[in-house]
Ligand binder design. Structure first.
Ligand code: ADP
Ligand code: MG
Ligand code: MG
Length: 247
């Protein structure tokens, strides 16, 4: 039974069908990359998986540990172990990060970690303790927002993590720290990861078991990590031409 199973997922945004039958199966303890050009529908996929309002789901299913989540609200999906680090993390003025983390854990019936454990967890992704008392993402740099997403991931311990361009805005050291933290979750407790990116740089740190290419609203090719390097040479347009699909 895979950790994440996506079957024939179709969805429209603003009246246009962006996902036209996406199939993905990610086992526990596996890292899968989803690559694709700008506008391919990668972020749409992440939001539809999480059940964000405003996306019209036209068909297909989303299962986590064999349970269909397609009809559930976002918070219910989160409770069942689905986690999204969005491409553009949301600012929450007036609410300190520490409070959000405590609330998220309380919603699952878990106590907030002791203060020193929280400081250590923040430090593991390169965030100073002061971030815990700042309003969430307000005046955070791009890289700090991404580090914060991975801090939340580490504390919430989901079954499946969808990481949408977790590499964007991160410097080399940040990328390494974030990738290490994610890989620790993969190895130690079997976290399943769907890592969305359009650059192979992330994948040299967060080495994927499988790479999928999203083009024209479908997964048009899947392969091993070498597929990411091949894409670097051919470009998405080159691959689309070779496969005879619309880019
Ligand atoms: P990617 O993440 O692969 O770059 P997106 O999923 O963000 O692509 O976008 C896919 C397509 O859907 C793009 O053409 C984008 O302009 C469009 N789109 C996404 N969200 C909206 C929206 N809220 N309203 C209108 N169009 C949207
Ligand atoms: Mg993009
Ligand atoms: Mg995107």
């Amino acid at each position: 039974r895979p950790a994440l199973e996506v079957r024939g997922l179709r969805a429209a945004v603003a009246g246009r069908e962006v996902l036209r039958g996406v199939d993905l199966v990610v086992g526990a303890g596996e890292v899968h990359a989803v690559m694709g050009p700008n506008g391919a529908g990668k972020s749409t996929l992440s939001h539809v998986l999480m059940g964000r309002p405003g996306y019209e789901v036209l068909g297909g299913s989303v299962l986590v540990d064999g349970e269909e989540l397609g009809h559930l609200a976002t918070w219910e999906r989160a409770r069942r172990g689905l986690f999204l680090a969005p491409q553009v993390p949301t600012e929450v003025p007036g609410v300190p990060l520490r409070a959000v983390l405590a609330e998220a854990l309380a919603a699952r019936g878990e106590a907030a970690p002791p203060a020193d454990a929280l400081v250590a967890a923040a430090g593991a992704v390169g965030l100073a303790p002061a971030f815990l008392d700042r309003p969430v993402n307000v005046d955070f740099s791009g890289g700090e927002r991404k580090r914060n997403e991975v801090l939340q991931l580490a504390l919430l311990r989901p079954r499946v993590a969808v990481l949408d361009e977790i590499d964007s805005g991160l410097d080399v050291d940040g990328l390494r720290a974030v990738a290490r933290r994610v890989l620790a979750e993969v190895r130690e407790r079997g976290l399943a990861v769907l890592a969305i990116t359009h650059y192979p740089r992330l994948l040299s740190e967060l080495v994927p078991d499988r790479v999928h290419v999203l083009l024209g609203g479908r997964v048009v090719q899947s392969g091993g990590p070498e597929l990411a390097e091949e894409l670097e040479r051919t470009g998405y347009a080159g691959l689309a031409a070779a496969l005879g699909v619309e880019a």
